[in-house]
Design a protein around this ligand. Structure first.
Ligand code: GTP
Ligand code: MG
Length: 572
């Protein structure tokens, strides 16, 4: 019977247990296994296909609105799905729901109407008994209690689990090796890595849950995801970058009356805008730490160039970075999203290059002198602008196409560019992904990094204005270099790896399928893109040590050596 179920507020007491696990949790790649019980929402919105491409703004509005009508419920693996849904349906029609696994089974339930959430919350119990030390902060993160006997029929069983993190690299290599063309390998990689519909919904729901905390101080605020969670280049398991948007309160967009009486709020003043951002994040960070159900390992990193609060949201498995007053980053996100929507080859190539870079330690999850995913994406965009004919237009061209509503100046920086896809005319470049991948590696294997800067605004390399080994002009804050952190040895490794990969793709031994294709038994021999993901010969001492332990690397080592010998014979 449905009445056996009870929903409980998740409070601080259960958090305490989680805290013990936090350290380990933060240091390993955060994983969430999805258990899709019902494939209701697996495909992207049909309306998308009918109405053409959506602007990021529209996507944000739709997703935020869905998230507001949603709750996140920690279930038991013995939960009977039908009864669970029947119990919840008492509060109104359910639009969508799905289950996933992250330290237990969770359900995301989206009601058709906001009132259903209000009605549901009215009947939710406060944890009692052993939970008397719970912090009395109510949220839409709930726990399901089953007070009756366990019904074994139609349970949420582990068999329905689908991985929500990316598949391990070795498995990806096997999967790619079974494909029959490099183009298919690239599509397969994109398919395996991109965010799913559910993952995207969950990201917006986490933002919405955090907004509920922040609205205690700033009732008009919103919390928006930015970066790879929404720019189209996000890989399953990527961090969740969030922006606390206070624009409706800061008076930035308000026009003052020219005459007559008017009232204005008295507001406290701080020394600088940065100081205001720091104090807001400090307070919100404290609230998240003290009151936020499921938020663990909160760190306030307020002295960074861009102050932020970092924490893990345990129920979703997301590593979260909350920032404020970071409007340029939102513009960069919009720009990357737009480029990704213009031509499907953009996203596929970015995914492939990001995956390749991660496999070789060109990028890292730890901050340092490495190339960042953002820099790498800008490098791919620049390369695509340099094709003949170009695959994507320059940022200056996108600015020229902008309408009055697109105008945006942030702290003196011109961030204007067109938002209407229909105004953008693309040139007819028909290069295949295989060609583009090979050309990408050649392009950067021979790029004059010592003299030239990468500039997507102009779509042309420019003389380097400073001595940094790698100079990539920040698209909006044009006096800044987005890859300022990269040192010479990291750049050298990147170039050497590009040379090696370009060379590998030119060899018939590695650029054609190696047999053992689809349906074949055992591990297929890596070829094409799969070969490029295997440990490299130019990876440096550390990687060389690691390589000895990996059987796949021995294969490629032998393969490379035989190829190199052949090449030398040809030359001599
Ligand atoms: P991953 O998290 O690595 O998947 O990619 P990401 O694009 O989300 O990168 P990250 O989390 O490091 O940064 C989030 C967003 O902040 C990026 O997408 C950019 O919009 C912006 N950003 C990151 N680094 C820089 C930078 O150096 N300069 C500028 N202007 N923006 C940056
Ligand atoms: Mg990110």
């Amino acid at each position: 019977m449905s009445s056996k179920f009870m929903l409980h507020m998740r409070g601080r007491a259960s958090l305490a247990k989680c805290l013990q696990k936090t350290d380990a949790f933060l240091h390993r790649s955060i994983g969430t296994d999805v258990v899709i019980a019902r494939a209701e929402a697996t495909r992207s919105d049909e309306s998308d296909e009918k109405n053409g491409r959506k602007s990021l703004h529209t996507l944000h509005m739709e997703r935020q609105e869905q998230a507001e009508r949603s709750v996140l419920i920690s279930c038991q693996s013995s939960t009977n799905e039908k009864k669970f849904l029947k119990y919840l349906s008492k509060h109104g029609e359910i639009n969508k729901y799905f289950f996933y696994e992250s330290y237990g089974v969770y359900a995301v339930v989206e009601f058709a109407n906001q009132e259903s959430v209000t009605s549901l919350l009215e009947g939710v119990a406060i944890p009692g008994g052993s939970h008397e030390s719970a912090v009395p902060f109510k949220s839409r993160l709930l726990s399901l209690r089953n007070l009756g006997s366990v019904d074994s029929s139609n349970q949420l069983s582990g068999r329905q689990c689908q991985p929500q993190t990316t598949i391990p690299i070795n498995e990806l290599i096997k999967r790619l090796s079974r494909e029959e063309s490099i183009d298919k390998q690239i599509s397969s990689l994109t398919e395996a890595y991109q965010l799913t519909e559910e993952n995207s919904r969950l990201r917006f729901l986490v933002c919405s849950l955090l907004k509920d905390i922040a609205t205690a101080y700033f009732p008009e605020c919103t919390i928006k995801p930015f970066g790879s969670s929404v720019n189209g280049f996000g890989k399953l398991g990527c961090d969740l970058d969030m922006l606390l948007d206070l624009d409706s309160i800061t008076g930035r967009n308000v026009k003052l009356p020219k005459s007559g009486l008017s009232l204005e709020y008295q507001m406290k003043r701080a020394n600088s805008e940065r100081a205001v951002t720091q104090s807001i994040l400090s307070v919100i960070g404290e609230c998240v730490d003290q009151f936020g159900p499921g938020c663990v390992g909160v760190q306030k990193i307020l002295n960074a160039r861009c102050p932020l609060v970092r924490f893990a949201h345990q129920p979703s498995g997301f590593q979260c970075d909350l920032t404020a007053n970071n409007r340029v980053a939102m513009k960069s996100t919009e720009l990357l999203y737009l480029y990704g929507e213009l031509d499907p080859r953009v996203r596929s190539l970015v995914f492939t290059v990001r995956c390749w870079a991660r496999a070789h330690g060109v990028t890292s999850s730890i901050p340092g002198a490495w190339i960042t995913n953002f820099s790498l994406t800008v490098m791919v965009l620049f390369f695509l602008q340099k094709r003949t004919p170009p695959i994507i237009p320059t940022l200056d061209h996108l600015r020229d196409l902008a309408g009055p509503g697109d105008k945006s100046v942030i702290e003196g920086n011109d961030c204007t560019f067109v938002s209407d896809f229909n105004k953008i005319q693309l040139q007819s470049n028909t290069e295949t992904l295989e060609q583009l991948l090979g050309e990408f590696f050649e392009f950067y294997a021979t790029f004059p990094f010592s003299r030239m800067s990468i500039n997507i605004r102009k779509g042309k390399e420019q003389n380097k204005p400073e001595v940094a080994p790698l100079h990539i002009q920040n698209p909006f804050e044009t006096s800044l270099n987005v890859s300022k952190n990269v040192n010479a040895s990291q750049l050298d490794r990147f170039v050497a790896l590009c040379q090696e990969s370009a060379w590998l793709l030119q060899q018939s031994e590695t650029s054609t399928p190696r047999g053992g294709g689809a349906g074949g038994e055992g591990a297929p021999t890596p070829w094409g893109l799969a070969t490029l993901l295997l440990p490299s010969q130019v990876a440096g001492i550390k990687s060389r040590k690691k390589r000895r332990r990996e059987p796949a690397s021995e294969r490629i080592k032998g393969l490379l050596e035989s190829l190199k010998n052949k090449n030398q014979l040809k030359k001599s």
